[in-house]
Design a protein around this ligand. Structure first.
Ligand code: PBG
Length: 307
């Protein structure tokens, strides 16, 4: 009766991986219970999630072929584009389809953009690529594109490209405050990404030490046209979520990332923690901090518990 917050399946977005060229789903070892889906197994999984009341999914692709530019990311027959079409056919308007918009799963070097002569992403050349990816995803049926590469000016560039092609109704969920955390490790297993030369993303993701800077990134993305903004990861950044909630009035998302999920599973496997209780506590805390929607690999388990 006195609970200020409660979880509801409507709060949850399920991140899902779809891999080109496989016929059976492949388990992801560092993300227990998560799979690289085939086109077919993705359809089954999403139908079950929808039946549990999950309102939205976000798709990540694992292509068969990678190249320097990540061209499979905007190929109309690329794995995420065909998967979006499948899900649109299955669910019509009844499910929100979100596409992660980045090229790291598609580039041979694993960075979020095309590289300059120093081997670092070339910001402005990458924007042109993101514009093509956004349009390909919108054409394939994405309701929302979610740029996650943290290139400067990406939201503005994508908004313009979408509007120019008649996709003014396609929304943008910006990964606005995305930290250069050590918690994305299992995700990189999930999408078969190794950053070339032992590199990292500190040149373009947020410094873990900074919260004011995160607010600046969030304000900037809103001014460029973001319809929703995201803080990522979630649990170590509840202060940033709370601060963002206090300052902004558009929907706020938080991403409970692969490393956060894997830690809970690893401890639970040893019998050191109660998996469901800790998962609930984590995601409820993220909601309490101020997130309207939470991207979490626990979406299915939590929704099952809420039936
Ligand atoms: C980039 C992207 C990443 C994640 C979501 N989108 C990886 C990265 O930036 O290295 C990580 C999500 C997670 O760890 O669960 N396409």
């Amino acid at each position: 009766m006195v609970a200020e917050n409660r979880l509801h399946p409507d709060d949850l977005i399920a991140p899902l991986f779809v891999r080109e060229g496989i016929s059976e789903p492949q388990p992801i070892l560092s993300l227990p219970g998560q799979f690289q889906h085939s086109r077919e197994s993705l359809r089954t999984e999403v139908a079950e999630l929808r039946a549990l009341g999950i309102p939205a999914v976000i798709l990540f692709g694992v292509p068969e072929h990678k190249d320097d530019e990540g061209s499979e990311a905007w190929n109309p027959d690329g794995i995420v584009q065909v998967a979006l079409k499948d899900l649109r056919d299955d669910h019509g308007e009844d499910l929100a389809l979100i596409a992660d918009l980045c090229v790291d799963e598609y580039t041979s070097h694993g960075h979020c953009g095309v590289l300059d002569s120093r081997g670092e992403p070339d910001n402005d050349a990458t924007l042109e690529i993101y514009e093509q990816v956004a349009v390909a995803q919108a054409e394939a049926g994405a309701d929302i594109v979610a740029p996650s590469g943290m290139m400067d000016g990406q939201v503005f560039a994508i908004r313009e490209a979408l509007d120019d092609q008649g996709f003014d109704q396609t929304a943008i969920m910006a990964y606005a405050a995305k930290y250069a955390t050590a918690l994305y490790g299992p995700f990189r297993d999930a999408v078969d990404v190794t950053i070339a030369g032992g590199g990292n993303r500190r040149g373009y993701q947020q410094n873990v030490a900074n919260a004011r800077e995160a607010m600046e990134e969030i304000r900037e993305d809103i001014s460029e046209g973001a319809d929703m903004v995201m803080v990522k990861p979630a649990m170590p950044y509840l202060d940033v979520i709370a601060r963002a909630r206090a300052e902004i009035d558009i929907p706020l998302a938080a991403y409970h990332v692969s490393g956060e999920y894997a830690m809970v599973h690893a401890a639970a496997e040893r019998g050191w923690l109660d998996l469901e209780a800790v998962a609930n506590e984590h995601i409820l805390a993220v909601k309490r901090a101020g997130a309207d929607v939470i991207l979490t690999y626990f979406a299915r388990m939590l929704a099952e518990g809420l039936q």
